[in-house]
Write a protein that binds this ligand. Structure first.
Ligand SMILES: [Zn+2]
Length: 206
């Protein structure tokens, strides 16, 4: 729907929204803070990668087989390291999402959208209609945190946001539409609610 701006999950004001994108419990963030030490685990596409601190100063953050590598120099600067880790997730997420939304857009009868990966705080994603005359290209924003999830749950977030191109609210028609494109969406939503609570929000222990 043109002229509307849909963001869900949202801050405390939208906490009651009956959306699959339930915000995480902020009170548990400290438990999920990570240390930049060898062996610390980082999730990417549902797989756990252990951190390996390396001496080469050129390595910022990289995936090297089964390990996530980071230079010792960067690991000694947590605020910069956080920026670089989030940058890594955003870039990886952007690459992974490229072309991934199209099949879901086709199933939902939505024109293809632009996908942007950024920091959305406690939301999984949001949908923004394109400006001007329809069918303008809309935009789906995905949170970098989403890319810690397994692909089939990222697909759920993508399809959910794309369905908002047709129906901005979470009424019965919305779930009917999403269910037509993704028959097991209820199951994925439940899994997302469960897994989402355990994800890393970007907090580092200094
Ligand atoms: Zn929604």
């Amino acid at each position: 729907m043109r002229g509307t701006f849909h963001v869900h999950g949202g801050g405390p004001a939208r906490r009651g929204a009956t959306c699959g994108m339930r915000p995480w419990s902020a009170t548990r963030c400290a438990e999920r803070a990570k240390r930049l030490l060898d062996g610390e685990g980082f999730l990417y596409l549902g797989r756990n990668y252990r951190l390996l601190i390396v001496d080469e100063s050129k390595t910022v953050v990289a995936l090297d087989g089964t390990r996530l590598t980071m230079s010792r120099e960067l690991a000694a600067q947590p605020s910069r390291a956080r920026q670089e880790l989030l940058r890594w997730y955003r870039q990886r997420g952007r690459e992974w999402s490229h072309g991934r939304s199209q099949p879901w857009a086709a199933r939902l009868g939505v024109s293809e959208v632009q996908v942007v990966v950024r920091d959305l705080g406690h939301r999984w994603g949001s949908y923004h209609p394109g400006p001007g005359v329809e069918p303008a290209t809309g935009r789906v924003n995905l949170n970098w945190t989403t890319f810690q999830l397994p692909p089939y749950l990222i697909d759920y977030v993508v399809a959910h946001e794309l369905a908002h191109a047709m129906i901005p609210h979470h009424g019965r028609e919305f779930w009917r539409l999403l269910g037509q494109a993704m028959p097991d969406c209820e199951d994925r939503k439940t899994q997302l609610d469960d897994l989402g609570r355990a994800l890393w929000m970007g907090d580092l222990i200094e």
